[in-house]
Design a protein around this ligand. Structure first.
Ligand code: NAI
Length: 719
């Protein structure tokens, strides 16, 4: 709703009131329309100010309305009426003005923002465009290049940046509403023709075609198949080349296409999924709203390799005091130098002072005695980790949380090394840890809700999207990656090339195909794990690796590459070749193609033509099938957890909603049918055998994803 009052004698003040973010719901829009009519009809009122209650202008459209039929007055005519008003209207922007709210402010004649406010048009992140005139007014106000930047990225800008662009007329450190009211009094009666943005010409650079061509190419490259960023460019192009009314017509057409696309449904699902993961629960019944975290002031990181460095940076940047521990002076000094560099570069980008003094370095584990929480990031070696946990348990003050960054080892075995196993959880970061948004918080059978709540809150404080998951080999993300990688290797054995498999996956929307990604992460990492599991051993009789292990099909291709010292980018050779070790430019490698030919010949495998569909189905459906098993096992509480993990940790294309949501767009019955088909063709590959939960969901009519939890509950209660 909105409240209308008359202030300072002559100013009509419209205060948006719709907690928590004053979204522009039907009721709020109706109240704005009514209040404007009242302000225009009252002769004492000479000007109008629009603001939001509780120091917050508005978060924009009410996203819940997207799901049903729109009711109440539409935004476009409401904004046009405000712009056409004969009395000046001033937007007083505090907190945020996002999406529809900024479009509303652009319909006002003046915009005054608090210095701490942020504004933006994030519609693109929901698969839409600013469809209430935003795509037409913003370029007219701030120019084409800046508008393209804001509209195609959806990024929020600070008040200072908005002032620089000319998006707001004034910023203030004082009470914004008071300043806006005084301002409104001053401009009362002044002519408004020059203040109506829709009447402005759209100033664009002379080489506008070149500019749009370049932008379109860049956006296509980064969009990874998302259609909204492209439509955003087209809408701004309409602003730059057409009269306002025609531009609005184009905006409407583009919006109609986007709003009926599957992508916006996926992105809206994902928007809610991100919120859902914060409301975590454990099989014991412990939940986010009944488990209080304990405050953490001081944390320690043990092991300052690739991951430990990133974790220490993430903690220090968020203001935590950190004790950083390595084994030897030499490693410690190298890590210190690297961490300082990362902090300095990060601080420069953000325009703040580097948090160098937040970290104390040392080689002695005793130095962590007084911290509240420890994150262990030593080598992925169970024996070593167990030793470290024994030491930590002996050294740390009572109540210290002990966390491991292991990629998939058993958290319970680590917890058993300590005096207080209830204080042990996994905190699984993703590389680079100071950049990647995902954190899997892994609870073992003994982990207490207090420990989970504390790790989840710490994750939030350092800017991560934290997802609570159960303890199993690989947790959620890496467990699902296993069948995906495995299928990719089988496809090579059967006739595909790494380039082809990667191309299909990249066209689907992954930032990197499976082989380029493996080269980047290092092939030796998985090799060591397979050796520890007794998998990566050549057949002792023939000297050649067999293709069966423990009764299942196994591809030794990755092991054979590692035996040749081909570890990926770091050695300059892997599934691809690189100009030099460390280079990131992957080129097809003729050596690898001959190697694959020889391998197939040795194993009497006849290469066949593998098509696009088979690559996608085998890689993705086997991964999705594992996702269903994870739900069945209760390792993830719901499909949203899996989807958030895949988008933030594994570059799954967001506009496809995550693997489990994607399965609903394909149709669960089709996923089931194709898995059955492939399992029949490959009976020695258990990951292709459809799991019970998938069968049950199909048998119960493939309910919408929001209803899966009910079916999961039933399946689990029958176990
Ligand atoms: P790394 O090999 O780069 O670093 C490990 C560091 O631990 C080394 O600097 C080593 O000197 C140090 N270290 C070994 N024993 C120690 C001890 N007793 N006390 C103190 N420091 C000790 O390894 P990386 O890649 O950073 O991995 C660390 C952990 O993070 C592993 O458990 C790994 O599985 C996990 N992880 C790795 C990811 C990656 O992409 N590299 C992603 C997510 C998790």
């Amino acid at each position: 709703m909105a409240q209308y009052t008359r202030v300072s004698g002559s100013v009509g003040l419209i205060t948006l009131q719709s907690p928590p973010v004053n979204a522009l719901s039907a009721a709020v829009r109706q109240a704005i329309v009514d209040s404007m009519q009242r302000a225009l009809s009252e002769p004492e009122v000479k000007s109008v100010v629009i603001c939001g209650q509780n120091g917050l202008f508005s978060g924009g459209a009410d996203i819940k309305e997207f799901r049903g039929q729109m009711s109440g007055p539409p935004l476009i005519p409401m904004i046009h009426a405000i712009e056409a008003s004969s009395k000046p209207v001033v937007a007083a922007i505090e907190g945020i003005a996002l999406g529809g709210a900024l479009e509303l402010a652009l319909g006002c004649h003046y915009r005054i923002a608090h210095s701490k406010a942020r504004v933006g048009l994030p519609e693109v992140t929901l698969g839409l465009l600013p469809g209430a005139g935003g795509s037409q007014r913003l370029p007219r106000l701030i120019g084409v290049p800046a508008a393209l930047d804001l509209i195609t990225t959806g990024r929020h800008v600070t008040a200072a940046e908005a002032l620089k662009f000319g998006l707001v007329d004034q910023i203030t450190d004082h009470n914004t509403v008071n300043v806006a009211v005084k301002f409104a009094q001053r401009v009362a009666g002044q002519p408004l023709d020059a203040r109506r943005i829709s009447t402005y010409p759209c100033l664009s650079p002379p080489d506008v075609d070149v500019l749009f061509e370049e932008v379109m190419q860049r956006v296509r490259r980064t969009a990874r198949g998302a259609i909204a960023p492209i439509a955003c460019v087209q809408a701004v192009r309409a602003a730059a080349t057409l009269p306002y009314n025609q531009g609005m017509e184009r905006e409407r057409e583009l919006m109609a296409t986007l709003s009926t696309s599957g992508q916006t449904r996926a992105l809206q699902y994902f928007f809610f999924a991100q919120r859902a993961v914060g409301r975590w629960s454990m099989p014991s019944g412990a939940r986010w709203d009944t488990s209080k975290p304990r405050p953490v002031h001081k944390a320690a990181v043990i092991g300052l390799g690739t991951m430990g460095r990133g974790i220490a940076v993430a903690l220090a940047q968020a203001g935590f005091s950190v004790v950083a521990v390595e084994t030897q002076e030499k490693q410690l000094m190298e890590a210190k130098q690297a961490i300082s560099g990362m902090l300095e570069r990060g601080a420069k980008r953000r325009g703040v002072a580097p948090a160098l003094d937040k970290i104390n370095y040392g080689c002695n584990i005793q130095s962590v005695a007084h911290v509240d929480l420890v994150i262990e990031a030593v080598f992925e070696d169970m024996a070593l980790k167990k030793k470290v946990f024994q030491q930590l348990s002996a050294v740390c003050k009572p109540g210290t949380f002990l966390c491991s960054n292991t990629s998939g080892l058993d958290i319970d075995q680590l917890a058993c090394q300590t005096r207080n196993p209830e204080l042990v959880v996994g905190m699984h970061f993703f590389a680079p840890a100071h950049v990647m948004k995902l954190l899997e918080v892994v609870y073992g059978p003994k982990s207490s809700p207090l420990a989970v709540a504390t790790a989840m809150q710490l994750g939030k404080k350092i800017g991560k999207v934290s997802v609570a998951v159960g303890n199993c080999r690989g947790f959620v993300g890496n467990r699902m990656l296993k069948p995906y990688l495995e299928q990719a290797l089988f496809l090579l054995e059967e006739g595909a090339t790494p380039e082809f498999v990667d191309q299909v996956l990249e066209e689907f929307g992954f930032a990197m195909g499976v082989f380029r990604m493996s080269d980047l992460s290092g092939l030796d990492v998985g090799w060591k794990v397979r050796m520890a599991d007794g998998l990566a051993v050549p057949n002792p009789t023939t000297g050649q690796a067999t293709r069966l292990r423990q009764g299942r099909r196994y591809s030794p291709l990755g092991d054979l590459l590692c035996e040749q010292g081909r570890f990926g980018q770091k050695t300059g050779r892997g599934w691809y070749q690189y100009n030099k070790p460390g280079s990131q430019v992957a080129k097809p490698d003729p050596w690898l193609h001959s190697f694959l030919d020889e391998y197939r010949a040795w194993h009497a495998l006849v290469a066949r033509r593998i098509d696009h569909q088979e690559v996608l189905e085998r890689c993705l459906y086997s991964m999705i099938n594992e996702g269903f098993r994870i739900l069945e096992d209760g390792i993830a509480a719901g499909p949203e957890d899996i989807d958030v993990i895949y988008v933030f940790g594994y570059s799954w294309p967001r506009h496809r909603g995550g693997p489990m949501f994607y399965a609903t767009t394909v149709g669960l019955n089709k996923v089931l049918e194709r898995l059955e088909h492939y399992h029949q063709a490959h009976p020695d590959v258990p990951s292709l055998q459809p799991c019970d939960l998938l069968r049950k969901l199909v048998a119960s009519g493939s309910p919408p994803i929001q209803k899966w939890r009910e079916v999961i509950k039933k399946v689990r209660s029958q176990l």
